[in-house]
Design a protein around this ligand. Structure first.
Ligand code: GLN
Length: 243
């Protein structure tokens, strides 16, 4: 089996080592004998959408987001269509914000989003910083996601928007309604950095398996891996919220 990953804006959108999420996806595929390749697409370069089953967009500050938002206007329709057709996607923080309807910054500027997620973001008065634990359910598998957030943008889901999880500790989407992130089909948006996937292997496998099943259907059953180290990393992250 082959998995083709399109990493969007790797240079501009990579705070808190969000690129680490790609390393996890690649390794978890290789350990299982899945042929995986990552191609990078910066401003001005668009993937052939049908060639990819997984799209990734990391976090970034307002300055980088502004550059990306301008370029995303040209990529948005292709990306949204790929998600409609079943491609998997992971977008972190600033990337998540830009895939919603819009992001209004503290300076009062509005960046148009792709509208792929039923959500919008407005800058709040304070930064929402710290460790996070959220309860989630992916394909009927109940799990706790652990990560770290740092954003001033407050994201609100609109009608029909499904949160990725419910906050146990931390702020999540907006520090008001207890939601964290969003999930639409096989596309996930989240505020969790860390990077996220090294300590949340179940989420990594959910995304890999969704990407593969778009191309290979039922055949895409993932072999189990020894996740002792990943579990220890997860527990260490959760423990930080219980001090
Ligand atoms: N600039 C955005 C905010 O502060 C996103 C930051 C991030 O990606 N961590 O809301």
């Amino acid at each position: 089996m082959k998995l083709r990953i399109a990493h969007l804006y790797p240079e501009l959108m990579n705070i808190y080592a969000d690129r680490g999420n790609i390393i996890v996806l690649v390794n978890r595929c290789r350990w299982r004998g899945i042929d995986v390749r990552v191609d990078e697409f910066g401003p001005g370069k668009s993937p052939a959408w049908d060639d990819y089953d997984f799209f990734y967009l990391g976090g970034g500050q307002d300055r980088e987001q502004k550059l990306v938002a301008r370029d995303l206007a040209a990529k948005g329709a292709g990306l949204a269509e790929a998600v409609e057709q079943g491609a998997a996607l992971l977008a972190i923080c600033g990337g998540y914000q830009l895939l919603g309807q819009y992001y209004r910054t503290g300076a009062g500027e509005t960046m148009e989003g792709v509208g792929l997620f039923k959500a919008y973001t407005v800058a709040g008065q304070r930064r929402l910083i710290g460790n996070v634990v959220a309860r989630s359910s992916l394909d009927g598998n109940n799990l706790e996601l652990a990560g770290f957030e740092n954003h001033s943008g407050k994201t609100f889901l609109t009608a029909g928007g499904q949160p990725l999880g419910r906050i146990i500790f931390g702020f999540g989407n907006n520090a008001e309604d207890g939601t964290e992130g969003i999930i639409y089909k096989s596309a996930v948006g989240t505020y969790l950095h860390g990077p996220l996937l090294p300590k949340n292997p179940e989420l990594a496998d959910f995304l890999i398996s969704r990407s593969l099943s778009r191309r290979y259907g039922q055949e895409a059953v993932l072999a189990p891996l020894d996740d002792n180290l990943e579990e220890a990393a997860h527990q260490a992250a959760v423990k930080k919220t219980r001090r």
